[in-house]
Design a protein around this ligand. Structure first.
Ligand code: FAD
Length: 461
């Protein structure tokens, strides 16, 4: 790298319109830091792109000098592949334009946008597409892995709403991928992560949403966990697509609507959003309150953009995080018992086990229709180990791993690629299931030298 710096950085800068950061430069440490504080890597060069042309120049220098490439969108991915040691970090976070065509209900989104950027622009027109539940997450990584959130039961996975993508390929070409053009690449981008190229623009289908939605939390005591989670499991099997109810068990944060003596104690939370007429939603959610003794609730009609930020205070960057995830096609007693056993011994106040409920429209697409194939998944479980100091690493990681093993017998096929950690390369083929073989063929075609390998890597062999 030293040689590269001396001989080639200036040549790169002559063609690159964005900002170049080298070790020691002001801002270098800030930009190389990503959401998960467990990741601490030092790229030899950070290319802060401002245009597709900058992305192209970055790919060219990487190819020319055989540099390890990492690509950063929102920098949220738990595995930390957005940043590499010694190579080039292609940072897209300055590319943040969103344009919305309300007539055709389409959005054109640059790859540095967070969910907050996209939601804000679309909601100006009362529109949205399914995204995740934490507004600081990047649209790019979320979309390329599949993407799900409060609107997914009604409108599908994020990838089900992707219409086209502009892509810089490993060979330095720039292409459009859609159903009509390069449709094999388009198939692979919808779930295949960053394996096939760098997306410089996404085009999405939008839908009328809100702008106000009925949403919020209902909290129950942990002593009633078995009954509450069992009723949650039965309720979510038949609820209408407009309604999403997720379950989270964790130690209670000091939320003002909870009695002080509950703070710090284990609780069961039902989080919900109704993407339809709020009055209808009120009727539908009434039974949830009868699942047990309500310790507190915070439910109301609020802007969709506000609800999209509701979990941000619990998911701030800078903590140490370790996740494990399974898909479930149903929530049976074995899985519920495992959740309760491990929720009772959460090793830090920030750890949680959550069940994200998908289903509805996410299951009405053929598994082979695109790279994301887990169409039988109705629940996505994430055991979210989260803590503050390295001294707690071993204990918190062990807890997450043990729960993962205990709940494994009840899981269904596949896994959500965006929730895999950096040590889970051995699970990638399992995660993709039916589509893995075709993904390998596609990788051989579009990235035979595996230039894009800092990701949940599909190897071209
Ligand atoms: C707090 C939190 C909450 C989350 N909630 C949800 C949720 O509700 N629903 C959900 O579906 N997921 C959720 N996720 C997971 C999220 O989808 C992934 O972490 C996703 O990878 C984040 O995208 P990013 O752009 O922020 O990540 P980054 O770390 O920047 O990127 C992840 C990877 O994607 C690839 N990549 C990024 N941008 C591009 C691009 N433009 N072109 C090609 N490849 C690219 C690269 O390989 C990169 O390593 C959550 C994650 C966190 C940390």
């Amino acid at each position: 790298m030293k040689q590269l710096r001396k001989a080639k950085i200036n040549e790169f800068k002559a063609h690159f319109r964005g900002d170049v950061l080298l070790p020691g430069d002001e801002g270098y440490d800030e930009v190389r830091q990503i959401w998960n504080a467990m990741i601490d890597r030092r790229p030899a060069l950070i290319a802060r792109c401002k245009s597709p042309e900058d992305v192209l120049q970055s790919v060219k220098i990487a190819r020319k000098h055989n540099l390890l490439v990492s690509v950063r969108g929102g920098g949220h991915n738990i595995a930390g592949n957005a940043v590499c040691d010694d190579g080039i970090m292609i940072d897209l976070s300055l590319m943040k334009r969103v344009s919305v065509d309300p007539t055709s209900r389409r959005a054109f989104v640059e790859p540095g946008c967070t969910l907050a950027d996209f939601d804000a622009a679309a909601q100006k027109h009362g529109l949205a597409t399914p995204l995740g539940i934490n507004s600081t997450t990047g649209v790019a990584g979320l979309t390329l892995g599949g993407g799900f959130g409060w609107l997914s039961r009604k409108y599908g996975m994020t990838v089900d709403n992707l219409l086209s993508a502009d892509v810089v390929m490993a060979d330095g070409s720039q292409v459009l991928a859609s159903e009509k053009e390069n449709n094999d690449l388009f198939w692979g981008l919808r779930g295949g992560g960053g394996n096939f190229g760098i997306v410089t623009k996404f085009e999405f289908q939008l839908h009328p949403v809100g702008p106000d939605v009925l949403s919020g939390l209902i909290v129950f005591p942990f002593s009633q966990a078995k009954s509450v989670i069992t009723q949650f499991a039965r309720f979510t099997e038949t609820m209408p697509d407009e309604l999403s109810v997720w379950m989270v068990t964790r130690k209670a944060p000091p939320l003002p609507f909870l009695p002080a003596d509950v703070h710090g104690k284990e609780i069961v939370v039902l989080a919900l959003c109704y993407a339809g007429n709020p009055a209808e939603g009120e009727k539908l959610i009434a039974p949830l309150r009868k699942f047990g003794t309500v310790l507190g609730e915070h439910i109301g009609v609020q802007p969709y953009t506000a609800w999209q930020k509701a979990f941000d205070p619990l998911l701030t960057p800078g903590a140490r995080n370790y996740w494990k995830s399974h898909n479930f096609s149903q929530m049976g007693e074995g899985a519920i018992n495992a959740i309760i056993e491990y929720a009772a011994k959460m090793p830090s106040p920030q750890c949680e086990i959550f069940i994200g409920t998908i289903g509805g429209q996410t299951t009405r697409v053929a598994p082979e229709a695109m790279a994301y194939s887990s169409r039988d998944a109705k629940y996505v479980m994430n055991v979210h180990g989260r803590w503050e100091t390295s001294a707690e690493d071993e204990r918190c990681i062990a807890w997450a791993r043990e729960f993962f093993a205990k709940s494994q017998p009840f899981a269904s096929r596949g896994a959500y690629i965006n929730f895999l950690t950096q040590e889970e390369a051995g699970r990638i083929a399992f995660a993709y299931g039916a589509t893995y073989k075709r993904l390998v063929e596609l990788k051989k075609k579009y990235d035979p030298t595996n230039l894009f390998r800092m990701n949940q890597n599909i190897k071209p062999i």
